[in-house]
Ligand binder design. Sequence first.
Ligand code: C2E
Ligand code: MG
Ligand code: MG
Ligand code: MG
Length: 287
Amino acid sequence: AAKSRGRNQFGYFMPSMQRAAQNKMRTVNDLRAALARNQLRVLYQPIVELSSGRIRKAEALLRWEHPQRGAVSPAEFIPLAEESGLIVAIGDWVFQQAFHQAMRWRASIDPQFQISVNMSPAQFRRQWSATGPPPLPHKRSHPLLGRYSGSEIVLEITEGMLMESTHSIREQLLAFRESGIQMSLDDFGTGYSSLSYLKKFHIDYLKIDQSFVLKMVAGSDDLALCEAIVVMGHKLGIKVIAEGVETQEQRELLTGAGCDFGQGYLFARPLTAPQFDRLLRRRDRGR
Ligand code: C2E
Ligand code: MG
Ligand code: MG
Ligand code: MG
């Protein structure tokens, strides 16, 4: 008892910075255990083709079902996972889940169905250790994925990854591009990309950041920006996806602007795979 009181007193007097560091370490350990104990989940949010209203794609979004804290937001734990290097193992796991789910939906819904996966810079960095495994499962490195063609999964990267990353990460991204893997530029408009990167990396999709879409109404500057992004994207042969579509008005404005796809609570929240299947069946019956 004396011992544990001693520890508590230490905790009480510990400077707040040290306490914060300790909390962080605990969270990283919890996260490592979560990966091993199957407490991570991948949810799938539908991406809808605006011209037809049909679900064509999905974005894989990670969730942590913490035994004490409940569902922990990726905004909270992804930065820690990146800092600790755990993101590499977690990212591989998400990629595997998404790949197998994409194969299932290709077989049951649509042979062109794609799932996009958010990527962290560290997942590209490690390729360059000469002895390490390649950063992503693909045909040559992974016997399970013999049928992987490169279009089942779209890698979501951010402007920051193009602009701030080292030469080797950029080389790695280009190498992926050349092997046929598709890429989507996430949160477009919030970073400070040089537009020349759009050309250099032959991006397949631009995702307009939700901050432009959430408040968008007729006649707004946000709408003007969305329209301009769509025109620019199309001139470069890039398809455009709007994130954060919450209202019917936004959907109509985006459709009018020629935006290709929409994603947001208007269509659906991120769903478990069985929920996603039910949604598709309901839609099929309604058509
Ligand atoms: P993101 O890639 O920009 O994902 C879109 C976020 O917007 C998701 O938040 C999604 O749930 C949310 N969202 C979708 N529709 C709407 C809407 O209509 N209104 C509003 N207000 N929000 C909407 P979520 O799932 O909390 O993920 C947050 C971020 O965490 C993601 O932003 C992504 O950057 C990161 N993330 C998620 N999963 C992974 C992962 O597997 N790996 C990595 N590296 N990052 C991930
Ligand atoms: Mg994303
Ligand atoms: Mg985004
Ligand atoms: Mg975002």
